[in-house]
Design a protein around this ligand. Structure first.
Ligand code: ADP
Ligand code: MG
Length: 227
């Protein structure tokens, strides 16, 4: 109970901070964007306005991701069928996958046990990981998603991509807040994923080879064993 109350405190503080940020950053940002759009219609320099507007959108997306860190935190944990959860996410990825000539292969063992946790948060983790895999695969290929039992107490989800991969010094830095190599990246996806999996008493392991691809393995405790 004490631990739970501490958690509620932390969540409430984070929530207040986040909504403060929402007001202090997003409202002026919206006003700036509106003004820039007005200016754009008066001037000719398209490229400059394009840059300003896309940077405004980037700030907005960063704030949105920070907000989603504290949002939905208080939803009650439930038992989750990870296979169905992933099956629900894959169609969302399919449009980008098709556009990029990427095939997503999903396999899952029969009769998998459930895990215990926050469905929205886990969904967010899987979306983050799959989006990263897709974004690394400019020249097409296959993403293999594998779900199975790792041990008596652990479920294992493995995502293998054939993307650009990362050199060691880069792989060591991913998951640092705001660390990104993408023009429009936020560098928050893996940090949040690590945090969420940790809160579920699981583990997230990333390994990568430049030019070959990246593998992300997520271990999650099986529901009945955890309680
Ligand atoms: P973002 O996707 O916004 O950049 P992330 O935290 O999701 O932020 O990822 C951080 C960085 O890690 C990415 O910019 C990229 O350089 C690297 N990365 C993550 N996943 C992969 C992957 N599957 N293949 C290659 N690089 C990756
Ligand atoms: Mg990402």
């Amino acid at each position: 109970t004490e631990a739970f109350l501490r958690r509620v405190d932390k969540i409430t503080a984070a929530g207040q901070l986040a909504s403060g940020v929402a007001h202090e950053v997003r409202n002026p940002l919206a006003a700036i964007k509106w003004s820039i759009l007005r200016l754009q219609s008066m001037y000719q320099d398209e490229a400059m306005f394009h840059l300003i507007l896309s940077e405004i959108d980037r700030i907005d997306e960063t704030v949105e991701q920070l907000l989603s860190l504290s949002r939905e935190k208080l939803t009650a944990p439930t038992t989750i069928d990870v296979k169905s959860l992933i099956e629900g996410i894959l169609p969302l990825m399919q449009v980008s996958a098709t556009r990029q000539n990427v095939e997503i292969n999903f396999t899952a063992s029969e009769g998998l046990p459930a895990v215990f946790g926050d469905e929205n948060q886990l969904k967010q983790v899987f979306v983050n990981i799959l989006k990263n895999a897709l974004e690394a695969m400019d020249s097409g290929g296959t993403i293999t998603v594998n779900l199975g039992v790792h041990s008596e107490t652990q479920l294992e989800m493995r995502v293998v991509d054939q993307g650009c991969g990362m050199p060691e010094e880069l792989a060591a830095r991913v998951g640092e807040p705001f660390f990104t190599t993408k023009d429009t990246g936020t560098g928050l996806g893996l940090m949040m994923s690590h945090q969420i999996i940790r809160e579920h008493n699981g583990r997230l392991i990333l390994s990568s080879t430049p030019g070959v691809g990246t593998t992300v393995i997520i271990y999650l405790p099986i529901a009945d064993v955890q309680r």
